[in-house]
Design a protein around this ligand. Structure first.
Ligand SMILES: NCc1[nH]cc(CCC(=O)O)c1CC(=O)O
Length: 328
């Protein structure tokens, strides 16, 4: 009898959708599987902002434990939630082809969007450093997000806005926005689009750089399970895996942690790879960024070298200190 792989997943709608996709892709390869639902710490405490939970891997730890104890054979994660350092005994098997990498703003009133600078279907150009003219109304907007990265980039562009804590799975968060008196809230496009919940009243925040590996799905297994590895490895999408790895290398090199105001995006175009990364102070006042284009064949170490290049700058050290102080 061929082995039936037990796929561990959190039980949110998005997590189950992603695990079901893996199940279908395996089925197409002739591999049978079943889903095993496992609650994570991040699903049980849905109030505390993630960065304040104080540990890495709030969404992945219980699945790691289930893998290591043999309750499941593989686990499916939103890759951006996976700590850059995998738990001992667990290895990456495959990264699925990426969906949208964008952050989006889910809003309520068209009028608010215009005040935020969305004019004729475009974000007006804002350059804090050059002092370029803003067509932005600096009335005190309130929006919801608990991501320290999104808060930093939003505050940089809209320094007078107020940010409210918004935790929970995407369904809960959409409901909370609807019930709030906020102008709107920030989500990952991929999360809402996958489960067909992206509201019509939403716009891509193309001035915001996403979290490393946003929009990518990662499958892991036990290091000591070459059979599961072999069955799942064909699902790997090499370009997505390369881009997401470069972004996570950048994150690890700079701070070594999740829940930091560090953003990165790598994308390929023909035989080249374009990389963009930044680190921002928590209040958005300081930002250091890097952009590189290299031949695909030279791209492997780009995340590390870009991270090291930023680390060597005094401005980056200052931001890292500010991040540490904000967390202390
Ligand atoms: N941190 C929660 C999380 N983890 C993955 C996604 C969405 C899917 C993705 O970004 O890959 C989300 C929701 C969000 O950020 O709005």
């Amino acid at each position: 009898m061929a082995r039936t792989l037990r796929i561990g997943t959190r039980d949110s709608q998005l997590a189950v959708w992603q695990a079901t996709l893996v199940q279908e892709l395996l089925k197409a390869q002739g591999v049978d599987s079943e889903l095993v639902y496992i609650k994570s710490e991040g699903d049980i405490d849905t109030v505390t902002p993630l960065y304040a939970l104080g540990v890495q891997g709030v969404f992945t730890k219980t699945l790691d434990a289930a893998l290591l104890s043999g309750r499941i054979d593989i686990a499916v994660h939103s890759m951006k939630d996976v700590p850059t350092q995998l738990a001992q005994g667990i290895v990456e098997v495959a990264v699925l082809e990426r969906a949208s990498t964008k952050d989006i703003f889910v809003y309520k009133e068209e009028a608010d969007l215009a005040k935020l600078g969305w004019v004729n279907g475009e974000w007006s150009i804002v350059n804090k450093d050059s002092g370029a003219a803003l067509t932005i109304d600096h009335s005190p907007f309130t929006i919801g997000t608990s991501s320290i990265r999104r808060i930093a980039q939003w505050k940089r562009r809209y320094p007078n806005s107020t940010i409210e804590n918004l935790r929970g799975n995407v369904n809960t968060r959409l409901r909370k926005v609807a019930e709030s008196n906020w102008a709107g809230a920030i989500f990952a496009a991929a999360g809402l689009e996958r489960i067909e919940l992206r509201p019509e009243k939403s716009v891509d925040l193309d001035w915001m750089l996403p979290a490393p590996a946003q929009g990518a799905i990662m499958i892991v297994c036990r290091a000591e399970d070459p059979e599961a590895y072999g069955l799942v490895r064909p699902l790997n999408h090499p370009v997505t895996a390369l881009c997401a790895t470069i972004e996570r290398d950048f994150l690890r090199t700079l701070m070594g942690g999740c829940s930091t105001p560090i953003s990165a995006l790598a994308r390929t175009e023909y035989a080249q790879l374009h990389f963009e990364g930044n680190i921002c102070s928590p209040d958005g006042s300081d930002l250091v960024e890097i952009r590189k284009t290299v031949d695909l064949s030279d791209a492997r170490d780009l995340g590390v070298t870009a991270g090291q290049e930023l680390l060597a700058l005094p401005a980056t050290q200052k931001i890292i200190q500010e991040i540490r102080n904000a967390k202390a």
